[in-house]
Design a protein around this ligand. Structure first.
Ligand SMILES: [Zn+2]
Length: 695
């Protein structure tokens, strides 16, 4: 095997480098979430971290990496003889594949052997392997829900606990959690987001010289991996040495009251939830001081820690852009007793070693290894990162052109407005919507919308076990075995069990669906107030889809035809952005919109056959645009209904005279119709409704 890419050889990514290094210095910081587009070397850098971690002393032969001085009392390989002593080994970086099974992560307990042979056979999983090391999840936002739950439990308790039918195993599992993700592919569940100590946004450099250097090094590495690694060995060793030195300083670092109060002030002003933000910021500040070889936390440490620890904790809803408002940060950092900031604000003077030191060299490090550089480059990186282009839920379209206040087409007969187009209006505030589910029982990916057969969930029945049994249905197994006891010659008390008796539990949980929105953006819908309400409704449904782990897509129709504004994706943020930018006006080709939806679903069925679609048509139903516009729309609707697509029509008709066209469309689609007002959840009762049961 050829040498891995050296940590020090990675160009740029100063924030990420610093975040990883701080975790290596102090695992209490709690891990890193790295967000950014593909091809930014973020995974390469994370994987290279392992080589920078100090070695760990373990009990020889223990599969659970027990510490020789303090072995885990529950260790399945224990108890360990204290006289044996320990051995040193390199710290591990263990990768968790997003599609891994529960057994692979938590370890597997062989129920068959436990029942038929009476032995407790436990095969350790990735959580055991990652104990005292790093657990790395690439594409962590795509991690299955049941794995996320296991991970959150282990991270919260510091132990992994496996229980199957009353047989249980427990072992220590403390690890540094590092995740990388491309936000365009969907967001992270808030509970998991909160688990990461720090977040870093990465983007490929726009600096030509830096880009050239990235390619130069990559080519050199590919041509001769071992030679390349050898050239960087000294650099890597120096960095590892500095991390080790910082670890030694760490216990002596003092956090002065003034700085602790500064942390509290910053966290309070960003309205973070709970106390975790304060704790992580404090630990990160301490790690920063140790990294710089200091024994006291400075104001600059606090500032830098806040930039890494707070961005993901102040988010209101998943459509808000990440990043931190640095002006607000500096305002919060300022001591209330201090005078107004001078043109050049200085961190509190705490000696020549203070926070505002120049990037390299002053603390005895051999060279500018990049980690320090983030002092300087932080601000600009953040500024041109995702901050400016991230979708905002309620203010995404500031282009409320003054002339469109109350659109003249408001009550006008549909189709009278020709090709008129209006600027996009902002959406109304999102709200909680009722749950609309696809009827029947699916087998799609885990989620929170429609009923489905899943690996987890509640037991609804039993079946003959096929392959390895992980979910034994005890009662059904005993029943199956009971029939054969006489034939098997049983005389004593014990049940004679054979493999063929084993019954596996059938479980039912919920799946995520593909929610395909078909949104009418024609002139008849374009009254400003109404479009605001319609966008608010779709945004609310998008937010709901996000929480239910659905895929979403967006078809819009107006003027001459329909377009697929958003191909099916897990990124609800992009859906929100496309919706916000949606212009309105023109004729109403409902039929074209539905045909477009039909085609989109056909393609998606090939790609992801188990994911069942839910069509949400948002319109007033006034089809115009051709000689037989109404007939076209009805035929398209029946085509979709014939294909068994579950649907819902959101009726946007308003005003004193109602034509009821949306209801007729819903009838053709074979689904229910709800008004905008009926979309909102009214308390908990009636929250869960089957699409068909609403009809
Ligand atoms: Zn052990």
């Amino acid at each position: 095997m050829s040498a891995a890419y050296p940590f020090s050889a990675i160009v740029g990514l100063a924030d990420l480098r610093l975040a990883l290094v701080l975790n290596a210095v102090s695992p209490a910081v709690g891990g890193v979430l790295v967000r950014g587009e593909k091809g930014t070397a973020k995974s390469t850098m994370v994987r290279a971290l392992a080589s920078q971690l100090p070695e760990v002393a373990v009990v020889p032969g223990c599969r659970f990496s027990c510490e020789p001085v303090r072995p885990d009392e529950h260790c399945p390989d224990g108890p360990h003889d204290p006289a044996v002593g320990g051995v040193s080994r390199a710290a591990r970086l263990v990768e968790l594949p997003v599609g891994a099974s529960e057994d692979r992560l938590a370890g597997s307990l062989d129920i068959e052997r436990a029942l038929t042979e009476g032995v407790k056979a436990y095969e350790p999983g990735l959580l055991a392997a990652a104990h005292r090391g790093v657990l790395y999840v690439d594409e962590v936002n795509l991690l299955h829900d049941h794995l996320v739950d296991l991970l959150l439990d282990a991270a919260a308790m510091g132990t992994s606990h496996v229980e199957r039918e009353g047989v249980s195993v427990r072992h220590a599992a403390r690890f540094l959690l590092v995740g990388t993700m491309n936000p365009e592919e969907g967001e992270l569940r808030p509970q998991l987001l909160d688990r990461f100590g720090l977040t870093v946004e990465v983007a490929a450099s726009r600096e030509p010289r830096e880009r050239a250097e990235v390619v130069r090094r990559r080519l050199a590495y590919e041509a001769d991996p071992d030679g390349f690694a050898a050239r960087w060995a000294d650099e890597d060793a120096a960095l590892a040495g500095r991390i080790l030195a910082a670890r030694k300083v760490l216990p002596d670092v003092r956090l002065p009251d003034a700085e602790l109060e500064r942390i509290a002030r910053v966290c309070a002003s960003f309205e973070v939830d709970g106390m975790r933000a304060d704790l992580v910021t404090a630990r990160t500040s301490i790690a920063l001081a140790a990294w710089h070889g200091r024994t006291e936390v400075t104001a600059e440490d606090v500032r830098q820690a806040a930039l890494l620890a707070l961005p993901h904790r102040r988010r209101r809803n998943p459509f808000d852009a990440p990043g931190l408002d640095e002006a607000l940060l500096d305002e919060a950092l300022r001591d209330p007793e201090e005078p107004e900031p001078e043109p050049e604000p200085e961190p509190e003077g705490d000696g020549p070693d203070g926070g505002g030191e120049p990037p390299a060299g002053s603390d005895g490090s051999e060279r500018s290894d990049g980690a320090d550089r983030s002092d300087g480059s932080n601000g600009s990186d953040k500024a041109d990162g995702a901050g400016s282009e991230g979708p905002k839920s309620t203010e995404a379209a500031p282009s409320s052109a003054p002339g469109t206040e109350d659109a003249p087409v408001a009550g006008a007969p549909a189709g009278s407005d020709g090709g008129r187009e209006q600027a996009a209006v902002a959406a109304a505030e999102p709200y909680r919507t009722r749950l609309f589910a696809v009827p029947g029982v699916g087998q799609g990916a885990a989620g929170r919308r429609s009923r489905a057969r899943t690996a987890s969930g509640r037991t609804t029945g039993a079946q003959v076990a096929a392959g390895r049994v992980t979910r034994l249905h005890v009662a059904a197994t005993v029943r199956a075995a009971a029939l054969h006891q006489k034939a098997r010659g049983r005389t004593g008390a014990g049940l004679l069990l054979r493999r063929a008796d084993l019954r596996e539990a059938v479980r039912e949980g919920r799946e995520g669906n593909l929610v395909l929105f078909v949104v009418d953006a024609s002139g008849s819908m374009a009254a400003r107030k109404r479009m605001q309400a319609v966008k608010g409704a779709v945004l609310s449904l998008l937010l709901d889809a996000y929480q239910r782990r659905d895929k979403v897509g967006l078809v819009t129709f107006r003027g001459a035809g329909a377009s697929l504004a958003l191909p099916p994706t897990s990124s609800v943020e992009i859906g929100a952005a496309r919706l916000a930018a949606l212009p309105t006006g023109g004729r109403t080709p409902v039929g074209a919109g539905l045909l477009r939806a039909h085609e989109t679903l056909r393609v998606e069925r090939l790609r992801d056959p188990l994911r069942r679609p839910l069509l949400v048509v948002v319109t007033d139903g006034r089809a115009t645009g051709g000689r037989d516009a109404l007939g076209e729309s009805r035929r398209a609707a029946r085509l979709l209904a014939a294909g068994g697509v579950a649907s819902l029509v959101v009726d946007c008709e308003s005003g004193p005279v109602r034509l009821g066209l949306a209801a007729r469309l819903a009838g053709d689609l074979g689904g229910p119709v709800v008004t905008l007002d009926e979309l909102a959840a009214e308390g908990l009762a009636g929250l869960v409704r089957d699409v068909r049961s609403v009809a």
